[in-house]
Design a protein around this ligand. Structure first.
Ligand SMILES: C[S@@+](CC[C@H](N)C(=O)[O-])C[C@H]1O[C@@H](n2cnc3c(N)ncnc32)[C@H](O)[C@@H]1O
Length: 214
């Protein structure tokens, strides 16, 4: 069961999702720019729980060479930095709705030689291309609100992947079973595995999908 602040949080974002996708995107951008008024608002770079989550996420990525990687909802680029170190030969794109978060991400992971780049985009409305072999979406889906928007997010995430590409989704447990259910329901995605980490006060699930060949 989510606690009271989480319930209020989810209700707020569900209400926002009654707007048009464009209107929702405008408010999300303003909200997350405001949230990023001070650096690293979630303490992603220093919190032991977040570091554990990043390590656990990377452990679940099927071992193969990846040339193009995207992180959706990259915030200030803390996990993007880990990706750049883990995959030194890959091109990495960090995508987020907040320009302020991305300005800090660019300081953390300079867009040297074009290998790493950060794009301001709303997952719900950004035109996607099937160009990534590996995609991550962590701690982001619960901001998108109602059923129809989560279906749209699943469509967009699957639309980022080349055939046989891999998607890794990470969200709090047990809410992840509902959020990742939209990925399970998508015709182009096949669940490859899931691990639920229950040892911390905020359990989470890492769920891995493969893109079915078209
Ligand atoms: C809690 S942070 C997660 C950061 C990172 N993925 C992690 O797990 O450490 C959520 C991020 O998602 C971004 N976000 C929320 N809705 C979005 C959307 N519709 N499109 C793109 N980014 C979005 C926010 O701006 C925020 O930076």
């Amino acid at each position: 069961m989510p606690n009271l602040p989480e319930l209020a949080h989810r209700t707020f974002f569900r209400t926002l999702s009654l707007l048009s996708p464009k209107g929702q995107g405008v408010i999300l951008r303003r909200y997350f720019d405001w949230w990023h008024r001070t650096p690293d608002p979630w303490k992603l770079s220093t919190d032991g729980y977040e570091q554990h989550k990043y390590r656990s996420t990377l452990e679940h990525v099927p071992a193969r060479p990846y040339r193009r990687i995207v992180e959706v909802g990259c915030a200030e680029g803390v996990f993007t930095h880990a990706l750049a170190a883990t995959y030194p030969d890959a091109e990495i794109t960090g995508m987020d709705v907040s320009g302020r978060a991305l300005a800090r991400a660019r300081e953390r992971v300079p867009e040297e030689g074009g290998r790493v780049r950060f794009v301001q985009a709303d997952l719900l409305t950004h035109p996607v291309e099937r160009s990534f072999e590996l995609a991550f979406c962590s701690e982001t889906l619960y901001y998108l609100g109602r059923h129809e928007r989560l279906q749209r997010a699943a469509e967009q995430l699957s639309g980022l992947l080349v055939p046989d590409g891999v998607l890794v989704a990470v969200h709090p447990w047990p809410e992840a079973s509902r959020l990742h259910g939209y990925l399970d329901a998508h015709e182009s995605l096949k669940r490859l595995g899931e691990e639920v980490y229950t040892a911390s006060s905020r359990p989470f699930a890492v769920t891995v999908y493969g893109a079915k060949p078209s």
